[in-house]
Design a binder for this molecule. Structure first.
Ligand SMILES: C[S@@+](CC[C@H](N)C(=O)[O-])C[C@H]1O[C@@H](n2cnc3c(N)ncnc32)[C@H](O)[C@@H]1O
Length: 209
């Protein structure tokens, strides 16, 4: 992926910025890279498992479930000429996200419930890509609603699905196959895989609207 390379077996993003969450900084000649710890970020785990999503660097992205900005900070390094609308509804992680947004011009922080996209429809424009990492029972419905509001036709999404938040007692494989079937009603699924061994009980699904 653009601005990403593997350093000492771990992904890292080329960055003009310092450490956001205690990650190490590597200097390679005149370039600076921020370590992207796969146990801390599902997107880093996906990349380390060998799956790549093409980014040109100018994309408009809607990020649902941005938390304190761990993965967001790396995504902002990747789309350094684009813009990321970062939605998070919990005030505590949002404060740290605000610190990040203060130094990064390409992050717009939004303290909203991603299950109510109409509340931020006056702020967010049409986007090329939705990245969602929300451990909620209705996470597929949240993706569907936000895609209808904001995703361009032919736009792509990447969702990190946690089986236990959809059904805490059912077998994960059964939950994942129901999720894939549900998603394929409105989206074309391009790829999916587990995030083992970095994140148990999760899959990522990459698709197109
Ligand atoms: C697994 S964490 C996200 C981690 C983050 N994506 C990262 O990699 O750095 C899930 C986040 O989603 C947020 N969240 C859950 N439901 C939400 C909703 N309906 N609207 C907005 N944020 C939500 C939680 O507060 C939490 O911070």
């Amino acid at each position: 992926m653009r601005n990403v390379r593997i350093i000492n077996g771990t992904p890292a993003t080329k960055s003009r910025y310092g450490s956001h969450y205690g990650e190490r900084i590597f200097l390679l000649g005149s370039e600076r890279y921020r370590e992207w710890i796969p146990w801390r970020s599902k997107l880093s785990a996906m990349i380390l498992k060998g799956y790549e999503i093409e980014m040109k660097g100018e994309e408009k992205i809607l990020y649902l479930g941005a938390a304190s900005g761990t993965t967001l900070s790396h995504l902002a390094d990747i789309v350094d000429e684009g813009i990321i609308y970062a939605v998070e509804y919990s005030a505590k992680p949002f404060l740290k996200l605000l610190e990040l947004a203060r130094e990064r011009e390409n992050i717009i922080p939004l303290l909203f419930d991603a299950g109510k996209p109409w509340l931020y429809s006056g702020i967010v424009e049409k986007v090329d890509f939705i990245y969602q990492d929300i451990a909620q029972k209705n996470q597929i419905e949240i993706l569907r609603m936000n895609s209808e509001f904001f995703l361009k036709k032919g736009g792509e999404f990447l969702i990190m699905v946690k089986a236990k938040s959809i059904d805490s007692t059912a077998d994960s494989r059964g939950v994942f196959s129901r999720v894939l079937k549900d998603l394929s009603k409105d989206f074309r699924i391009l790829h999916h895989d587990t995030l083992e061994p970095y994140h148990r009980d999760h899959i990522f699904v990459h698709g197109k609207f």
